[in-house]
Design a protein around this ligand. Structure first.
Ligand code: FES
Length: 153
């Protein structure tokens, strides 16, 4: 009799785990392989074709930024141009406790949760409590578009 109860309990746990896996699997698939990479996030209204996430280069002036989504993680990424012709992507996920940092302003990204500040050119920590830089993505200029590349750090 005890064995029967244990078997039922295990079966239930198995079903639960299976359903969670299916849920997460489905969610990930949808974000990773969505039909159009960046819907409204293409701030400049660039025609994003293919599987790449891109924005119009005109949407990212020197000192400015445009927000896109990392198709792999779903995290928001700021594409920035700290100096003319120099582009990179910075994760918007604060390395302290995971809050969303504000868009770059005056050369810095500010986290409203606990006040960390990051360099908008490199992602380096300017002010704690965060101790690790924001993850960086490569960005390639492709004609009049900026393509989000892979995570570098
Ligand atoms: Fe950003 Fe704490 S989560 S400073």
């Amino acid at each position: 009799m005890d064995g029967g109860i244990a078997a039922v309990a295990l079966g239930g746990a198995g079903l639960l785990a299976g359903s969670l896996t299916a849920t997460f699997g489905r969610t990930k698939k949808t974000t990773a392989a969505g039909p159009s990479p960046v819907p409204a996030a293409s701030t400049g209204g660039g025609a994003a074709g293919g599987a790449k996430v891109s924005v119009a280069a005109s949407a990212v002036p020197v000192g400015g930024s445009a927000q896109v989504k990392d198709p792999a993680s779903g995290d928001a990424v700021y594409i920035v141009q700290p100096k003319a012709g120099q582009y990179c992507g910075l994760s918007s996920v604060c390395t302290h406790s995971g809050c969303a940092v504000d868009a770059p302003k005056d050369g810095q990204l500010y986290c409203p949760c606990h006040g960390s500040r990051f360099d908008a050119a490199t992602g380096a920590v300017i002010n704690g409590p965060a101790t690790k830089p924001l993850p960086r993505y490569s960005v390639t200029k492709n004609g009049d578009k900026l393509d989000l590349g892979p995570l570098q750090s």
